[in-house]
Design a protein around this ligand. Sequence first.
Ligand code: NI
Length: 172
Amino acid sequence: MRDELEILLYGDAGLRRKSEPVDTFDDPLRELADAMTRAMIRENGIGLAAPQVGVARRMLVAQPGGSHGIKVYTLVNPEFTFLSRERDSFHEGCLSLPDILADVDRPVRLTVRYQDLDGNEQELEDDGLLARIIQHEADHLEGILFVDHISMLRRKLLAKKLRALSKLARGN
Ligand code: NI
């Protein structure tokens, strides 16, 4: 059994690595998904990707809440098969960048193919918060953070906060 997972902070090299596909669907994978779900809920997050807990594997959890209830979605090896040309902007945050929020522009609708924890192929479509979370978390699997999507000007305004976080990450 895994203990409580720690979430890597901005500045940690683990957040910039490209994650490897999951090819073994076993108990350790399920335990990791459970531990990630607990960490997400503990931190009041609505999504978490494996690299954020130091595991460079292509898996994410999402808990959009609201009308979706408290269902937790676990997506292994997600691949987008459709991203709408229609985009919108939404205020995003990230458990790896506490206290930082920024408007990020992304496609509104998507279809994503993925595997469940038993390795079965699944597909889901969404045009709401879940679609937003999945895109944010899938970025983590490529080593991309939401602040990479914002304008230089906006990033300059956040520079001080980002530097402070990097210092914290290095201190760990
Ligand atoms: Ni994030």
